[in-house]
Design a protein around this ligand. Structure first.
Ligand code: AQP
Length: 348
């Protein structure tokens, strides 16, 4: 890990079994980033309780998510892998940022409106506050870049506004000419390559999601081969022969062909040529086989990791220590800039 590399931070919520969207849209890209970036990956368990959650599942989902990061190729020697709630600075910076963030900035967040709508009257203040916690996650690590999908662009923009307009412009240390200098780094979005959006197997127009009540809508990374084959067999299709990309009338063809291109390793052009005149009945077994084969090594590594819980605990403890070293430093800078009296243990 070299400190001269741009730093990135990202995470997934432990809100259930990770699926192909989480893998192809996020974690697979993180694996490549390890070659070029200083990488921090956390399991964002504090975010997971912004919607109703089951305490009996949270710890298990947190462990399985962390184990899947490693099974997918995140290397704890090269990346800092940790659990968000293990680093207290996330909650504390979130509070400080809360007090500086205008309420109406949060009220216009699209994800809040969508998720709030789904929950009816039982919407927590935490759901509204989700993007401020996300801003704290990012800003604590002086991240240069944040990998974002379409759905998270607005939240990153908010994190940038909080850093720039509410912290740096108001509380940044004054330079010799009286101008304010940056207190926090303002992160840039890192737009990632193809595979960014995987759609539901039962509706090609909505994204594959952990919270979709219909389990047939997603393939999880731990689904056994028979279940993968069954889900693909039942996936929604259309009456047309031949698979193709980019036809707005055929979102399922676009999605499933995209999955085949990625999971088989053939790439989009070769996959499109191979399947251009193929019927669904021939295509689906091909996609099922490619999916099973792509997930096989991930599932093998996952089983190994889960059979040795001490190893995962050790990775997370080391990750916590490395993350805390950076996060506590940033928090101390912000506390000082905001005028807090240092406590005895914070005498810096
Ligand atoms: N369908 C998807 N296609 C591509 N990328 C996806 N991601 C999620 N779904 C897809 C990416 O996975 C990362 C972590 O997501 P998250 O768990 O923090 O939250 P999410 O985006 O809300 O994912 P889900 O599965 O839809 O979870 P629930 O249902 O719990 O809200 C992010 O980088 C995301 O872009």
């Amino acid at each position: 890990m070299s400190s001269t590399r741009p730093r990135v931070l990202s995470g997934v919520q432990p809100t259930g079994a990770l699926h192909l969207g989480n893998w192809l849209g996020a974690i697979r890209n993180w694996v490549d980033l390890q070659d070029s970036h200083d990488t921090f990956f956390c399991v964002v368990d504090l975010h997971a309780i912004t919607v109703p959650h089951d305490p009996a599942r949270l710890a298990e989902d947190t462990r399985s998510t962390a184990a899947l990061y490693l099974a997918c190729g995140i290397d704890p020697q090269r990346s800092t892998v940790f659990v968000q709630s293990h680093v207290g600075a996330h909650s504390e910076l979130c509070w400080l940022l809360n007090c500086l963030t205008p309420l109406n900035w949060l009220e216009r967040m699209i994800q809040f409106k969508e998720k709030a709508l789904k929950q009816g009257s039982d919407v927590s203040a935490g759901l509204l506050d989700y993007p401020v916690l996300m801003a704290a996650d990012i800003l604590l690590y002086d991240a240069d870049q944040v990998p974002v999908g379409e759905d998270q662009k607005q939240h990153l923009e908010l994190a940038r506004d909080i850093a720039q307009q509410r912290l740096n412009a108001r509380f940044g240390p004054k330079g010799p000419d009286g101008e304010r200098m940056p207190l926090l780094k303002v992160p840039e979005p890192l737009i990632l390559k193809e595979g960014a959006r995987v759609m539901s197997l039962t509706d090609g127009r909505s994204k594959m999601s952990k919270s979709d009540p219909n389990e047939a809508s997603r393939i999880t990374l731990l689904d056994p081969p028979e279940l993968i084959t069954k889900k693909i067999k039942r996936a929604k299709t259309d009456p047309q022969l031949g698979l193709e990309f980019g036809n707005p009338e055929r979102p399922e063809a676009d999605n499933l062909l995209g999955l085949y291109a990625l999971l088989s390793g053939r790439g989009r052009e070769a996959a499109a040529a191979e399947c251009a005149s193929m019927g669904w009945g021939s295509f689906k077994p091909l996609l099922a086989e490619a999916t099973v084969e792509a997930l096989r090594p991930v599932q093998q590594r996952y089983a190994e990791l889960r059979s040795d819980p001490g190893r995962l605990d050790q990775v997370l403890a080391e990750g916590q220590a490395r993350a805390e070293a950076v996060a506590d430093d940033t928090l101390a800078r912000v506390r000082q800039a905001l005028g807090f009296l240092p406590g005895p243990a914070r005498n810096r």
